[in-house]
Write a protein of this length. Structure first.
Length: 230
């Protein structure tokens, strides 16, 4: 059994190797540790190891963990919401997140904006569906430009930072991430400084780095297996 600290160190070494292998500076890549399904205690342990960015994919779990950890030494921690977002949960997600990776339709952008229209700008990624299944999360690549325009024009409390994607299981991840990078270029026709790209998980982060990812979402490679949700 390895410890959390050992897994974190090992992952960061692999991240740095993958970046240098393609001529990138590891320091320009944000490694988000995905803590979903784990107890709040894991977040405390990660913070003690210097982790600054954590990711959750369910609003109730995110809200509960933040409440449980309130008052502890968690200042400076950034909470990333990476899960499918329902409009009725948008208010709670906005309150509990520093960054939302899963804006995938106009109504979700509208709901996040309406939750705090005069508030401090919320960083958002536009999630792009990289699969052939329209039922999966994410806007289709052909519609991402319209979503970027809507969000930029109609939701001034949101700051469009870039694109997010999950590589399909039935395809080489590099090919999928190349489509995501192209979607990012499309978004920059509307929002020129939307240079971020959220891509890469435990199994495919090297390919994501090669394709230009700026934000990695790493779960099991750092945390170990997730507890069973039953
Ligand atoms: C769970 C999750 C991850 C992390 O996956 P691992 O394979 O455990 O690294 C990344 N992104 C999203 C959207 C997730 O839901």
């Amino acid at each position: 059994m390895t410890s959390l600290a050992e897994r974190l160190t090992a992952l960061d070494a692999r991240l740095a190797d993958a970046a240098r292998a393609v001529g990138r500076d590891p320091g320009e890549i944000t490694r988000i540790v995905v803590t979903k399904f784990h107890p709040a205690r894991l977040v405390t342990d990660l913070a003690a190891l210097g982790v600054r960015d954590v990711g959750e994919n369910r609003q109730q779990e995110l809200t509960a963990k933040r409440a449980e950890l309130e008052g502890s030494a968690l200042d400076g921690l950034r909470w990333h919401f990476i899960g499918q977002l329902q409009t009725k949960k948008a208010r709670a997600v906005r309150v509990a997140s520093d960054c939302v990776h899963s804006v995938d339709r106009d109504r979700v952008a509208d709901a996040l904006h309406a939750a705090d229209p005069e508030g401090a700008p919320l960083d958002v990624f536009l999630q792009v569906n990289l699969t052939a299944d329209p039922g999966r999360g994410g806007v289709s690549p052909s519609e991402v430009e319209a979503l970027a325009a809507h969000t930029a024009d109609r939701c001034p409390s949101l700051r469009v930072r870039g694109v997010m994607g999950v590589a399909p299981l039935d395809e080489a991840p590099g090919a999928a991430f190349a489509r995501l990078a192209a979607a990012g270029e499309t978004v920059r026709r509307v929002v020129p400084d939307a240079s971020w790209m959220s891509a890469g998980m435990s199994g495919d982060f090297a390919e994501a780095i090669a394709a230009g990812a700026t934000h990695l979402r790493i779960g099991t490679a750092i945390t170990g297996p997730r507890p069973d949700r039953g």
